[in-house]
Design a protein around this ligand. Structure first.
Ligand code: CP
Ligand code: NVA
Length: 310
């Protein structure tokens, strides 16, 4: 039975029901097939998406813009530096103005509260394109990619090695929602936000999965089906770069660490990667790495999201 998602904001996977997540993944599969077959499909003809970026982006910008175009709609790139937001216009006023022109808003920003405010004042659906707290579109694409490769999600174990950041948080929410065990392996002082841990454990209890926080990479990757990593220094934390290199030096995903993992374990990274830091060249180029499939699937999954909510 299809769930009606028209008008729904996509701010956090925690806010989605299991049925909604399944519907996004199922729709993504259909849209991916249509695109591979060269079928023209324009459900968003005449509709526009505004994309506000306060931070840099390669994948998010291009996949949303091209995705919107493939669905028959139009996407506008709005650099926050060029909007009146920069000169003090409020998020609430920006949301109410943009809602008069657009059919959807995607926003990438620092403070998660900005996305929440945008959604509160917007009359069109708002999509979180990454905040300091969460990156839901990335993890929905990751779940789709894992499902493609492993043919299931429930009962798998994903070990995330690195910073307890926006990616770690969304992986906890995503894993818990679909019944995948998630281990976050972070050095002391860089653990995930306790509130995200608490909320994801509530979901995990419902789906029979577990959310574990620990600090030993070798133990974390044992029996893992997926090994995931992300940059040690996220956007906006650049002044901590040198200190973080030291704090995370034991947390590199390299060939030696992979020896401890399952034979068929896959390696994932949301990209951009800092090769030689959180992951070695050898591993990211190796046969277990599926990082470019993940990147491609941003397109298909975000098309599904837009087609369902706009
Ligand atoms: N993974 C991801 O969101 O990439 P971009 O920062 O390039 O958009
Ligand atoms: N944690 C990273 C993810 C980039 C897609 C950052 O926020 O910079």
């Amino acid at each position: 039975m299809a769930v009606n998602m028209k008008g729904k904001d996509i701010i956090s996977i925690h806010d989605l029901s299991r049925e909604e997540v399944d519907q996004i993944l199922g729709t993504a599969g259909i849209l991916k097939m249509k695109q591979k077959l060269g079928e023209i499909y324009h459900p968003l003809k005449g509709k526009s998406l505004g994309m506000i970026f306060q931070k840099s982006s390669t994948r998010t910008r291009v996949s949303f813009e091209v995705g919107m175009w493939q669905l028959g709609g139009y996407a506008l790139f709005l650099s926050a530096a060029d909007l009146q937001l920069k000169r003090g216009e409020t998020i609430a006023d920006t949301a109410r103005n943009l809602s008069r022109y657009l059919d959807g808003i995607m926003i990438r920003t620092y403070d998660h509260e900005d996305v929440v405010q945008m959604a509160k004042y917007s009359s069109v659906p708002v999509i979180n394109g990454l905040t300091d707290l969460l990156h839901p579109c990335q993890v929905l694409a990751d779940l789709f990619t894992i499902l493609e490769k492993k043919r299931k999600l429930e009962g798998l174990k994903l070990a995330y090695i690195g910073d307890g950041n926006n990616m770690a948080h969304s992986l906890m929410f995503g894993g818990a929602k679909v019944g995948m065990h998630v281990v976050i392996c972070a050095p002391s002082g860089f653990e995930p936000d306790p509130e995200i841990t608490r909320l994801s454990r509530l979901d995990a209890a419902r789906t029979g999965s577990t959310i574990t926080i620990q600090d030993d990479p070798r133990a974390a990757v044992e029996t893992a089906d997926i090994i995931y990593t992300d940059v040690w220094t996220s956007m906006g934390m650049e002044e901590e770069y040198e200190q973080r290199l030291k704090s995370f030096s034991r947390y590199q995903v390299n060939s030696e660490l992979l020896e401890k993992a399952k034979e068929d374990a896959l390696v994932m990274h949301c990209l951009p990667a800092h090769r030689g830091e959180e992951i070695t060249d050898e591993v990211i180029e190796g046969h277990r790495s599926i990082v470019f499939d993940q990147a491609e699937n941003r397109l298909h999954v975000q098309k599904a999201i837009m087609a369902l909510i706009m």
